[in-house]
Design a binder for this molecule. Structure first.
Ligand code: GTP
Ligand code: MG
Length: 305
């Protein structure tokens, strides 16, 4: 009988490279927030992919970038810790950016390189967003990353369409250490449903608002009432608090006549109902907490770091 492999894969890379999109694509269900804005992911979130012969625990991480605020520093520390603790590092590179860059890797990408090229780690480079690039432009980029990493596999994929993701999974699976599955085969995520629910709400906010607001927002799920979850009219009641730093931001989140918060609530509810497989009653509130992004105590309370 073939041996079974199991272990952790850290999905790391620059902000906006497509790490969370790749995780959702592999799992076949949305568990990670995705937005066309850098620094969408703030926590470690792990998905579980069980396949014949191997089980990969895929750890999504915040984008690696030179940090400024305390929140940023905590996010970068989270990504570095995931790298230290994993069996395999999967470095996700935005192919669309890489084919247009003056050097390969670019300076910003080399910042990630210094974090992932650690001795003792198995490394795979994933060149993402190939649906946006011409094939002939990809080949020199693939060769350059292969050389830069001292011979790592470079796998071109599209996390969005799923193109070549199967090939990436078999490359990653073959690098995992030998061992039995660590989680039941039907379990998809290590995080609690409550945590994922908070992320779905934050994702809608990040997508719907502009500029500085996404960075000033956190979501706290205060109540998660499952007492009516059984039966044919199954329902979960959720209360969540959206935290911002200033009154002006609160006004943006609520929107004219409550339009923004209504839209965020109904979009988030759709994702949450798909995740939980039942009806959801979602109530959102907005609270102001000045400087929460600079407060170690509040950052910990929101689960960051
Ligand atoms: N065209 C295309 N777009 C993609 C692909 N993968 C991701 N994207 C888009 O890239 C943007 C960023 O995706 P995310 O998955 O949030 O990126 P991330 O690396 O998790 O970003 P952070 O959490 O901010 O570090 C989103 O708009 C995605 O839809 C892809 O394969 N093709
Ligand atoms: Mg992300």
């Amino acid at each position: 009988m073939d041996l079974h492999r199991a272990g952790t894969v850290a999905l790391v890379g620059r902000p906006n490279a497509g790490k969370s999109t790749l995780l959702n694509q592999i799992l076949g269900v949305k568990v990670a927030a995705v937005a066309d804005k850098p620094q969408t992911t703030r926590n470690r979130i792990a998905g579980i992919h069980s396949a014949p012969g191997f089980q990969a625990i895929l750890v999504d991480t915040p984008g690696l970038h030179p940090p400024h605020s305390l929140l940023n520093q905590v996010m970068v520390r989270t990504a570095r810790k995931a790298i230290e603790e994993c069996d395999v590092v999967c470095w996700i590179v935005d192919g669309e950016v890489a084919v247009g860059a003056r050097s390969v890797p670019s300076e910003a990408e080399a910042f990630v390189g210094t974090n992932v090229l650690t001795p003792g780690h198995r490394l795979v480079v994933t060149l993402n967003k190939v649906d946006t690039c011409a094939r002939e432009l990809l080949l020199p980029v693939i060769a350059a990353f292969h050389a830069y990493t001292g011979g790592a596999d470079v796998v071109p994929v599209s996390a969005l369409t799923g193109e070549n993701v199967d090939r990436l999974l078999s490359v990653l699976g073959a690098l995992l250490p030998e061992g039995p599955a660590l989680w039941p085969e039907d379990q998809v995520v290590e995080a609690s449903e409550r945590f994922v629910v908070g992320e779905m709400i934050r994702e809608k906010l990040v997508r719907a608002t502009h500029d500085e607001l996404p960075y000033a927002t956190a979501v706290e799920v205060e109540a998660f009432d499952e007492s009516e979850r059984e039966g044919d009219r199954a329902l979960v009641r959720i209360h969540a608090r959206i935290v911002v730093e200033r009154a002006s931001q609160k006004a943006i989140v609520i929107g004219r006549g409550g339009a923004m918060i209504k839209r965020v609530g109904s979009e988030a509810r759709r994702d949450i109902e798909a995740l939980l497989g039942c009806h959801v009653h979602l109530a959102l509130f907005v609270a102001i907490e000045p400087d929460w992004t600079q407060s170690p105590r509040r950052l910990r309370a929101f689960g960051y770091g």
